[in-house]
Design a protein around this ligand. Structure first.
Ligand code: ADP
Ligand code: MG
Ligand code: MG
Length: 909
């Protein structure tokens, strides 16, 4: 493309086996634009067009409409001329009009979140020219009504006025269908379509006061600006926030010559996947419709047909359709248009090999010629993600490092979700059969509107079909069930992307939104009734079905094995009970990074002893109460040590403020007074005494141990005796005793002294010893700054980033929910710092603490516990900071292991 020296290029062309851009330029051209360019260049038939860069979107947000049009006008006009030349048609011409689509595309795919306008360039004159030229009047008018409908909605704001309204254009169409006693939009006559065009324009004029724009150039600029605006539309913003995509990425605009799937029975449009996006199985699959355009397949306007014969047979079996009826009414593309199918099959193979990943493609057949309109790495469930990567690895298409890097860490979570308990499933009553659109097991109460998704604790969203407006509710619901739509319907695609269980196209369901009922075979189910979905089979089940933990083997196990080969950082778990410890080990934990001892005190019989200890007036009384706690705590530690069998176990001494343990309700206070043989008033006084204005900054952590040394002594005794008892039984354990909330080195030294002294006493008593470490949490900013001094005394550090975040920002964790969401919405904070570590600030303290600590003790062992230990971005940060291990809750361990491997691989490439 000709660009003047020094001038920035804002428009990149593609088409006719050449392109200015390529697939690596997603940030600039958006995913769709980059792939359209790449496909053109490698010889896939793509209608010619051009992409306006994402940077222009950002310029538009800064400069406004007029200025940005000025910036790109020249390039856009020249690029339209280039499409005209390739297509042999003329934009805005009456006789031989060029029609174009105006599409959106951010650097990551956001299916359905932004807007597209098709058939742009039509007006009352051009439609006649198009009809004459194509000798297909019906097609021309169908295209015109579609154009007005889309342009009206996207550019002129003709959306439903409220949640209960239907789309104003749909309403007009339904009305006409009713009047004409027809069901499908393919049944409209030319006259009907002309009436629709007239009525649509009329509705637009009435509502907006504007005439529908007739000048194609006005239409084009209107659509381009509308696409830019859709980047900041509600749907897109919600989706962006959900995935943490920043607002400044912007969207590109793709302008492309139209190809027509609505020219008759020799035309059509469809969507296909090179592998199964639900299970990962290596089978080509997809859906199409004859005589249809654009989103028709996805929106479920008619029952879509399967691409492959195999898929079609499977589908007919589920839908209980006889072979003859299938062949007559729903033949596969493979059977109906074998040579087109062969060509499509060839392209899917080429594209998958080219991108070396599962592809999700859009195609259109215009009068027997196949065009590809989009390809992208397909969205998939967590299970499919693992299977596809391991298959591609075995097929030799990618190497081990690539397989690991292909994983989206958080998606592993889905594999760990419960599945239906097989026996409960056998007893279950299936009430309807739909398509297994997204695997998984979901049980919940029926709701019929996305807004009701949070009405009960567990909900199943039941809809005729879903639309992008329902996204938020879909995200909250446990499962999604639709009466209409196929495997590539909106509901199906979005659910797979979310890893959410979904059944689509359960045709037997009669849904009545007004009465909020679901009727199947005469049985009526209401809002609030329980149903269950088996997303792997498409079975809709009455009532609640029991679930159980999934069995993890096969590809998942292989993947986890593979991560060990590349990972350098260790992954430990946070576990307070032997059960947690066992679960964590089954996920591959390499030790415990945090055992919170206080949780052990909350159980029924123990809380009493704990309260007696707290309410004690003298050291003697306190010691007595602690004596009671000792055996219980020792037994807990034995259980945990045994479960970890030789691995390191870090135990944190008592941390929370004491008022958390005392009763605040009158009845319980009375009970306690009786038990302790003291007056109610005495209990009340003590409770009042423990009250703090700011408990998080109050009498807690090592401040407890330093004021009540006997607590530290008791806990130490429990730990050391437990370890000695196990040693007797031949089980090795190496406790790491961790002192919380240290800010000054003296705080540590005093505690360290008590611990070591107590241990020596026990060693003498038992005439036996074990090795143990004494280290500290680094969670007060002062400790990070004084790390060089503290490290001289401490055996290890563990960053407690929950408290460290709280104290560095000065945000109370318990009150932050009042302002954090608003801060994130307003862009004051990029993410919740309690979820994703704040690398710039809190992260700096982690770096400083690690560096200074190792400056005086070069091989100081440094870990990180706290919620961040299982969050992908934070885990990567830990690796890059040189931390030895992260510690996270058991179910986050696979994620931490994967990210640790990814981070290590990234530094080698
Ligand atoms: P989304 O990003 O939401 O998938 P698209 O830009 O891909 O939106 O377009 C919506 C629909 O219109 C798709 O089905 C696509 O295939 C179709 N479409 C887009 N451009 C053209 C075109 N030039 N000719 C025919 N169909 C098109
Ligand atoms: Mg698309
Ligand atoms: Mg803490």
């Amino acid at each position: 493309m000709e660009v003047l020296e020094g001038l920035k290029t804002r428009v990149y062309r593609f088409g006719n086996k050449t392109a200015d851009g390529n697939s690596k330029m997603r940030n600039l051209l958006g995913g769709k634009g980059a792939n359209l360019a790449e496909m053109s260049a490698i010889g896939i038939p793509v209608p010619p067009g051009f992409t306006i860069t994402t940077e222009v979107c950002t310029e538009y947000n800064a400069l406004g409409k007029e200025a940005v049009i000025e910036l790109i006008k020249d390039e856009v006009e020249k690029s339209i001329a280039s499409i005209e030349e390739q297509m042999g048609t003329i934009f805005g011409d009456k006789e031989n009009p060029l029609l174009i689509s105006v599409r959106s595309g951010a650097r990551v795919s956001m299916p359905g979140m932004m807007d597209t306008v098709l058939n742009l360039g039509l007006n009352d004159e051009a439609v006649l020219g198009l009809a004459k030229r194509t000798k297909n009047e019906k097609f021309a008018w169908d295209s015109y009504r579609r154009f007005i409908q889309m342009y009206g909605g996207v550019v002129l704001g003709m959306k439903p006025e409220s949640k209960d309204d239907i789309d104003p254009f749909e309403e007009i169409m339904e009305h006409l269908k009713h009047k004409r006693s027809i069901e499908l939009d393919t049944e409209f006559t030319i006259q009907d379509l002309q009436d629709l065009v007239y009525d649509f324009k009329d509705a637009i004029k009435k509502r907006t006061g504007q005439d529908f724009p007739t000048d194609p150039w006005d239409q084009l600029w209107g659509a381009i600006i509308a696409v830019f605006n859709s980047w900041n539309g509600d749907r897109a913003v919600y989706y962006r926030n959900m995935h943490g995509y920043p607002a400044d990425w912007g969207t590109a605009v793709n302008v492309q010559a139209m190809v027509y799937g609505n020219m008759g029975d020799n035309s059509g449009t469809g969507v296909c996947f090179t592998r199964d996006a639900g299970t990962g199985e290596n089978v080509f699959n997809g859906e199409y419709l004859i005589n249809a355009q654009g989103e028709d397949v996805v929106a479920g306007v008619r029952t879509p047909q399967q691409i492959t014969k195999l898929g079609s047979k499977r589908w007919a079996e589920l839908a209980k359709i006889e072979e003859n009826d299938r062949l007559n009414d729903f033949p596969s593309l493979e059977e109906l248009m074998p040579s087109i199918f062969d060509e499509l099959n060839r392209y899917q193979d080429i594209l998958e090999k080219h991108y070396r990943d599962m592809q999700d493609m859009e195609f259109t057949i215009q009068n027997g010629k196949l065009w590809i309109l989009q390809t992208r790495n397909g969205k998939r469930t967590g299970a499919a993600m693992v299977k596809i990567a391991m298959d591609l690895l075995r097929e030799g298409m990618i190497n081990e490092k690539e397989a690991i890097l292909m994983m989206e860490p958080n998606k592993l979570d889905e594999l760990l979700h419960p599945v239906f308990e097989p026996n409960a499933l056998k007893r279950a009553k299936t009430i309807a059969q739909g398509l297994p659109a997204s695997p998984g097991a979901a049980t919940g109460k029926i709701v019929f509107f996305a807004d009701d998704a949070d009405k009960y604790r567990n909900t199943i969203l039941v809809r005729m079909e879903t639309s992008p407006e329902d996204l938020k509710g879909m995200n909250i619901a446990k499962g999604i069930l639709t009466a209409r739509g196929g495997m590539t319907s909106h509901a199906a695609v979005v659910a797979r992307g979310m890893g959410k269980c979904c059944i689509s196209g359960a045709g037997a369901l009669k849904i009545n939104y007004k009465n909020r009922t679901l009727t199947v075979d005469g049985n009526v189910y209401h809002d609030g009734d329980w149903i269950s979905l088996n997303g792997s089979t498409g079975n809709v089940i009455e009532g609640k079905v029991e679930t159980m933990e999934p069995k993890l083997g096969g590809d998942f196990a292989e993947l986890m094995q593979l991560t060990n080969k590349y990972r350098k950082m260790k992954v430990r778990t946070n576990a307070d009970t032997p059960r947690d410890a066992k679960t964590a080990r089954s996920f591959g934990a390499e030790g415990i990074g945090l055992t919170r001892t206080e949780h052990m005190f909350f159980e029924l019989d123990r809380i009493k002893a704990m309260r007696e200890m707290i309410l004690a007036d003298t050291v003697k009384e306190r010691k007595q109460a602690l004596e009671e706690l000792l055996p219980m705590q020792r037994a807990d530690f034995e259980g945990i040590f045994e479960a970890m069998d030789g691995m390191s176990v870090t135990i944190r001494l008592l941390d929370p403020p004491l008022h958390e343990f005392v009763p605040h309700q009158l009845a319980t206070q009375k009970e306690l007074a009786e038990d302790m043989h003291i007056s109610l008033q005495a209990v009340k006084n003590k409770v009042a005494e423990l009250e703090e204005f700011n408990p998080m900054l109050g009498h807690r952590g090592c401040r407890l141990g330093n004021t009540y040394p006997e607590i530290t002594a008791m806990q130490t005794r429990a730990i050391i005796e437990a370890a000695l008892n196990l040693k007797e039984r031949g089980i090795v354990c190496k406790p790491e005793i961790m002192i919380p909330l240290v800010g000054t080195v003296r705080e540590f030294e005093v505690q360290d002294g008590i611990i070591r002294e107590t241990a020596e006493i026990i060693f003498k008593e038992r005439n036996e010893r074990i090795d143990f470490l004494v280290g500290t949490m680094i969670e007060v900013p002062r400790a990070a700054l004084m790390a060089d001094i503290i490290a001289k005394k401490a055996d290890f550090f563990s960053f407690g980033t929950n408290d460290l975040t709280q104290m560095t920002f000065g945000y109370s964790r318990d009150d932050a929910s009042k302002f954090l969401p608003i801060y994130i919405e307003k862009g004051i904070l990029k993410a919740d710092p309690f979820e994703v570590i704040d690398e710039e600030g809190v992260g700096q303290l982690v770096k400083i603490g690690t560096e200074r600590g190792r400056s005086t003790k070069p091989n100081l062992k440094v870990g990180l516990c706290g919620e961040h230990g299982g969050e992908p971005a934070s885990v990567e940060f830990c690796y890059n900071t040189g931390i030895d291990y992260v510690s996270c809750s058991p179910y986050r361990i696979p994620i931490a292991r994967l990210v640790a491997a990814q981070a290590a691989i990234k530094t080698t490439i």
